[in-house]
Ligand binder design. Structure first.
Ligand SMILES: [Zn+2]
Length: 205
């Protein structure tokens, strides 16, 4: 089955075009353009640290994330999760891995939650626990066209705690833009007893 699929759609490295993999072993070792900015969150910040694997402006990283998201390529999602896992080890971050959830409706439509896939793979790599302790209960409007204030209001009440909240959390999202979504997740996690939250994302968009 997979062989036929590979034959019809041969894989090429998204970076160097080499046939065989979406990200070849040479390109896997490349560093992405680092994101060195700070998030300007107008509201109170509820997480303690933020780590981005790279900048969404980085041509390769942007392309990899888009390929994962729209053509759900499991092995590529795993590659990115492993790169993020390595960075987390280097930074000595620990904690229970929690992902920003998608609404059921969106997950059904897309078939998966990329952040959860990344979180699960990353936790497996690092032998950390993965816990689904956030649930999205409200479908927010698209954030892109909203002002910062409106975004904050838009995410309020979107998430709910499910089960026991760990004290130390590594909160995973695929791309962070203004940070209002991860901040809202961090807010309710802290309210439910989390003490230390490190947000880890693939890219700052
Ligand atoms: Zn390559």
């Amino acid at each position: 089955m997979f062989k036929i699929f590979d034959y019809i759609f041969p894989k090429y490295c998204l970076s160097c075009n080499d046939e065989g993999q979406y990200l070849c072993s040479t390109c896997k070792t490349k560093n992405f353009k680092a994101w060195n900015g700070t998030l300007e969150i107008a509201a109170e910040k509820h997480f303690d640290e933020l780590y981005c694997l790279g900048d969404y402006e980085d041509e390769l990283l942007g392309k990899l994330i888009k390929t994962c998201k729209y053509r759900f390529v499991k092995e590529l999602t795993d590659d990115l999760a492993k790169l993020l896992a390595k960075a987390i080890v280097d930074k000595k971050y620990i904690g229970v891995v929690v992902a920003v959830p998608l609404s059921k409706r969106r997950e059904r439509w897309r078939g998966f939650n990329q952040s959860a896939e990344i979180g699960r793979c990353l936790a497996g790599e690092l032998k950390l626990e993965y816990r689904d302790c956030l649930k999205r209960i409200k479908h927010k409007k698209a954030q892109a066209k909203l002002s910062e204030r409106a975004r904050q209001k838009n995410v309020l009440g979107c998430f709910e705690i499910r089960g026991e909240v760990p004290e130390t959390v590594i909160l995973i999202d695929d791309v962070v833009t203004t940070g209002t979504t991860v901040n809202e997740c961090a807010r309710i996690l802290k309210q439910a007893g989390a003490k230390q939250i490190t947000v880890c994302v693939l890219a700052k968009g």
